[in-house]
Design a binder for this molecule. Sequence first.
Ligand code: M6R
Length: 607
Amino acid sequence: MCGIVAYVGYRNAVRVCIQGLAELEYRGYDASGIVFVANGTLEVVKELGRPENLRKKFVDGLPNSRIAIAHNRWATHGVNNIENAHPHSDCEGIIFLAHNGIIENACGLRENLSLRDHRFKSTTDTEIIAHLIEESNKVVGLEEAVRTVLAGISGSYALVIISKKEPEKIIAARNGSSLWLGMGNGEFFVASEPSAMLAFTKSALPLVDGDIAVIENGSLVISDARGERVHREFRNVTWNVEEAKREGYAHYTLKEIFQGPEAVGNSIFDRIKEGRPACADDSKLREKIRRARRIVSSACGTALYSLELGKYFIEQYAKLPVEVEIASEFYTKNSIIDVGDVFLTVSQSGETLDTLEALRLAQSKGAFSVSIVNKMGTVIPSISDIAIFQNIGREVGVASTKSFLSQAAILLLLSLEFAKIRETLVEDMEEILQGLKNVPALMRKVLAQSENVRALSTQYSHFHNFLYLGRKFNLPVAFEGALKLKELSYVHAEAYGAGEMKHGPLALIDKDFPTMAIAPRDSVYEKVISNIEEIKTRGGPLIAIATEGDERIGRLADHVLYIPETHEALSPFLTASILQLFAYYVALDRGCDIDTPRNLAKSITVA
Ligand code: M6R
């Protein structure tokens, strides 16, 4: 995620902002930039890399501005270069703004602005907002212009805005992306998280979605989405800097589990156009997919399980066979792949060496390569024929959580896009797309039950072994859920297809070997119920994840965690969220090192 810091008051605003940006570095630091007042006008300075590089640009010392807005960029829309670094400005260089989030309708807005002769300096979605405010500000005052423009924008944003015409005013606005205000003695801070201002003040408040705050002449006015003035209380933040980075969550992993809905939203925004999936709109890919006999795919860990889920999506909807293989095996056995194949890979970090080797092998044999990656500027997307970015911000916890959900969302969209290309269009395409848009809301409902999951985890955290079962779309989720439990809590967990369990693993089942059965009401529900009965007969403790209102399963399982009703292809987003929480709370009970589990690293660049 990117980071925002702004300041107005009696201190050196450039120093305050760069110091704040340094606190936000952990969220990503591809580039940073700042706007401040110098010689009665606004000046902008940007630099690639860490905020320290930005500081070094001021070779004659930091200018003595009392107001500034600043930003750390973690590249999502557009490559990492100076032009794409924030703050962005309008045609005349009057309005400057820094933004976290994603503007969904950026493409259409950009086209319209171009027709009205606006000239763009960057390829970001953010710059569009500056041009829109420029237009509106010719007719109404700055605050009104901001309000009007934000009403026409869809997507998420935390924004800070400053204008050359009113260089003593900062406007801050929030919708779906964190933004905090801080207050000192005659000074105000704005930051995407409180850690950026804790060195100066402990008095802070989080803005609410729809809020627009105007800071000027030592006063603050906040109005809500309807434009009505609201009173929001500053409170004394007792967190230290490290706690503030986690925004109150005990661990980054928990924060990132709760960012799952936003991650899914950011991954699909802008990729459903006119009711159709548009993930990788590329003529060569279309041609390859039309002619392909199969997709060959390979990755590691969680990314591998997201591909396993992608296989179910692609085979179900695009009727195209997908082979999935562990990357370290794929390249060591010199797998068979050729020019007619499409090679698909997934990597959060974009630099996992095993995955990279698999990609290189596929390319050396002439396959067309598509990668889904979170981190821009890394080697895997840079050498792939097509790179699709997850747009979910940095994932700090070693265990992938929001990444899995984002990758799954992109793979579902891709499968529908391939279905369109191959004319295997499914009747329920509309329903799935509509449902997918609603998934973040359903995930929030699931996460709201975290206290139930926590209580249940406590009852089960003393067990040493778990069996995770699923079928169809939820079989890869079972594997991913078991991996989460293993790596976060160091508890042995193995996943099986629910139907396969009677061919061996059933022998393990006794009162000390609990089963986590994923059993939403879907096309394989009855079969999973039979499998659950086989376990109960053998006296194994059983937790089921089921659809709300399912009383039958309540009579079979010892405990049930419920998800809302949804299309069966969408249930993995909900079941995976529950399993992430479950693994987290078991690990918490067992006192594990949750954000940095023993023996593991976030990015594995050795083979
Ligand atoms: O960065 P990548 O997605 O390529 O990483 C792949 C695996 O190393 C990663 O998913 C790993 O399994 C995580 N620790 C899982 O939580």
